[in-house]
Design a protein around this ligand. Structure first.
Ligand code: MN
Length: 254
């Protein structure tokens, strides 16, 4: 296949390098990724500023462009303009840190895959569950196997797969589980500091994910030692509420 790789940790991050190494063995791979880290920008796109692109350096071993935009910008720009030929899939990652629960909304990694799905392409986001420097090769190999399996999975257009890999040695990984997005949410702490001019400012200092949910939701399964795969759609409609509201008479004076 011809693949587009991106991520939100930047074109020169170790995760995308490992992913490139694993996928370039079997596929034609193009990289269009942010020039600098764009973690937690969600599905933002750039409208008020120009987007500049720089060819990736040959030392990186990757063909493509580093882009002064968001992950979603990268996918749009690559598909609409930069790539010489169409790609079949967008692979986004490997992110440093799991993308589970409510994080799917904040994640630039997941949003890049979502953008690929919106554009009608196969799409996978992949994250490794550690915030420490890590070996991404195992997660890269798992992703390469999922890409190889993709044509047989029957994932419908508009849906991407969100893959999370535990940062465990292979003998401690229990297997693969298809999961729901969990209701895990974050409890953030903010440090209050004072700048040299005496003004107070805040800096988000860390967040703790709650572990709500059963073993068939993403975060709890990941913590149990499973590789998790969650199918993700971008339609945010809450169907039960829509059905319930439809049964009411709402008078807005119209
Ligand atoms: Mn990131």
């Amino acid at each position: 296949m011809r693949l587009l790789l991106t991520n939100d940790d930047g074109a020169y991050a170790p995760g995308i390098k490992a992913l490139h190494q694993a996928l370039a063995l079997e596929h034609e791979v193009w990289v269009v990724a942010p020039e600098t880290e764009q973690s937690a920008v969600g599905h933002a796109i750039t409208l008020a500023y120009p987007i500049r692109v720089h060819p990736l350096t040959t030392e990186s071993g990757m063909q493509g462009w580093a882009v002064t935009g968001t992950p979603a910008d990268c996918v749009k720009l690559a598909v609409r303009t930069l790539l010489p030929q169409p790609v079949q899939m967008v692979i986004s990652g490997i992110n440093q840190g799991a993308n589970v629960g409510v994080n799917l909304l904040y994640s630039g990694t997941v949003s890049a895959a979502t953008e690929g799905a919106i554009l009608g392409l196969g799409a996978i986001s992949v994250s490794l569950d550690t915030h420490h420097p890590a070996d991404f090769s195992q997660a890269a190999d798992i992703t390469a196997r999922l890409v190889a399996a993709w044509p047989g999975l029957g994932v419908p257009p508009g849906v991407s797969l969100n893959l999370n890999v535990p940062a465990l040695p292979p003998e401690e990984i229990k297997g693969v589980r298809f999961t729901r997005q969990s209701t895990a949410s974050m409890r953030e702490t903010f440090l209050e500091r004072r700048d040299p001019r005496g003004h107070v400012y805040y800096w988000q200092a860390g967040e703790v994910m709650s572990t709500d949910g059963d073993g068939y939701t993403d975060y709890p399964a990941l913590l149990e030692g499973y590789v998790t795969i969650t199918p993700v759609a971008h339609d945010l409609t809450h169907d039960p509420t829509l059905a319930a509201l439809g049964a009411r008479n709402l008078d807005l004076g119209l």
